[in-house]
Design a protein around this ligand. Structure first.
Ligand code: 6PG
Length: 466
């Protein structure tokens, strides 16, 4: 009898091909399906083993898979996912498993999960992070759906995932769309961290007059300490790259307009729906939008040319580092808050310690600091906010002073720090026993009789303000 493959992958782009090769490296045979002959040929070029095959024929693909079939989709989110599912469905048997490994919106995953369950096909939405290199060398994997279906794919996922202290960066996230939801929050944090690093770059480039060579050194140094993370590491690497077309550095030739595929925006939209405050992530999404207004920004820069005024405090590179660390903490705290709220709202039953654990390796937001987050939730799984954990508050207290200095500096210099200053303001609001929103309640009651509560007795009150 012809060989039956352990694992099937649909979508042989770079991510898909690399994931499949990674599966085969771990002694599971794998077959790939794509509609593009070139991509199938590329897979055959790279995978010289009997355990790897590529095909353009969906019937052959399905026939050659061992049952229950384990089929992962790495195709663009949205229509293509539905298209592939509709295409394969008539060929599948009861008990087969489809895993969507793309950045699908969690509500799409809920819809697909329910529809496939009624046809007795298991469906999982699984976040996969780490880009094409992660897919090849070991990504962080965030599967959700039903826990029994996870058992079918668990040995393969545990084998291919990144490892930290020999522990695989994969775990069952929770019911329904939990996997895609956790990946969405991962990306929201990713947006914030990238924006914060960008602002630190701006401060040191414009304010501290560091050239690309010293910036490389600075981020390199930072990556040896508390800021050690994938994003800081690649930032240092970027300053080293020469431009092929000019004699300068590539970074200086890249237009300052950032694009997005939407996962950061989804995080902000959903936070509004849930009533969770994630202003640092929101600021990062807004900054991508402001970056896109290049023409208007250029006109405005000619109109508003005020200097930095008389008050120009000084800051050091170390203080900028501390401010970045402070703001990273705020960004993760906001993301974890959203996860905790969503877990209740959508009955995901998320385990925040386990999420911090699988984010320590393989994914884009992997960072040394995630071990502290893991510890915080290990010590207290019902933590109301990461910022209330003694593990974390001690660190916040050690860097908040430097952060205030850096923000004074950027305000005086006119260097925009939408995310960084916002992280500090979020913290100041979070730790304020009193906020002036009693005034908002009074205004609401005055103009619309919307009522208010009192400090001194229970109940709902309304006053005649005239
Ligand atoms: C990952 C990334 C990835 C994401 C890119 C680009 O975890 O590997 O999050 O899934 O698609 O980072 O996202 P934007 O185009 O929205 O910046």
């Amino acid at each position: 009898m012809a060989q039956l493959f352990d694992f099937g992958l649909v979508g042989l782009g770079v991510m898909g091909r690399n994931f499949l090769l990674n599966v085969a490296d771990h002694h599971f045979s794998a077959i790939g399906l794509d509609t593009d002959a070139q991509k199938v040929a590329d897979l055959k070029d790279e995978g010289h083993s009997d355990d790897i095959e590529g095909t353009l024929d969906k019937v052959e693909f399905i026939k050659k898979l061992a049952r229950p079939r384990k089929i992962m989709l790495l195709v663009p989110a949205g229509g293509p996912v539905d298209h592939v599912i509709t295409d394969l469905l008539p060929l599948l048997d009861s008990g087969d498993l489809i895993i969507d490994g793309g950045n699908s919106h969690f509500e799409d995953t809920n819809r697909r999960f329910t529809s496939l369950k009624s046809k007795d096909i298991h469906f999982m939405g699984s976040g996969v992070s780490g880009g094409s290199e992660g897919a090849r060398m070991g990504p962080s994997i965030m599967p959700g759906g039903d826990s029994k279906a996870y058992e079918i794919i668990k040995p393969i996922f545990e084998a291919v995932a990144a490892k930290v202290n020999n522990e695989p960066c994969v775990d069952f996230m929770g019911k329904g769309s939990a996997g895609n939801y956790v990946k969405m929050i991962h990306n929201g944090i990713e947006y914030a961290d990238m924006q914060l690093i960008g602002e630190s770059y701006h401060i040191m480039k414009l304010g501290l007059q560091q050239d690309n060579h010293s910036l490389k050194q600075t981020y390199d140094d930072w990556n040896q300490g508390v800021l050690q993370s994938f994003l800081v590491e690649i930032t240092s690497q970027i300053f080293n790259k020469k431009d092929d077309l000019t004699s300068g550095d590539l970074l200086d030739q890249i237009l300052d307009k950032a694009k997005q595929k939407g996962t950061g925006k989804w995080t902000s939209q959903n936070a509004m729906d849930l009533g969770v405050a994630i202003p640092t992530i929101d600021a990062a999404v807004s900054m991508r939008q402001i970056s896109g207004m290049k023409d208007i920004r250029m006109k405005a820069s000619e109109k508003y040319t005020e200097g930095s005024g008389e008050f120009t405090p000084e800051v050091s590179v170390e203080e900028v580092r501390d401010a970045l660390y402070f703001a990273f903490i705020m960004s993760y705290a906001q993301g974890m808050d959203q996860l905790s709220r969503a877990s209740k709202e959508y009955q995901y039953d998320l385990n925040l310690e386990s999420i911090a654990k699988i984010w320590r390796g393989g994914c884009i937001i992997r960072a040394r600091f995630l071990e502290d987050i893991r510890l915080a939730y290990k010590n207290d799984s019902s933590l109301e906010s990461l910022l209330l954990s003694p593990v974390i508050s001690e660190k916040v207290n050690s860097v908040v002073g430097a952060t205030r200095k850096v923000i004074q500096y950027t305000v005086a210099k006119g260097i925009p720090t939408l995310a960084l200053s916002n992280a500090l303001n979020y913290f100041d609001a979070f730790k304020s026993a009193y906020l002036p929103l009693n005034l908002i309640q009074a205004q609401r009651d005055l103009f619309g009789s919307h009522t208010y509560e009192r400090k001194d007795k229970p109940g709902i009150f309304h006053s005649d303000w005239n």
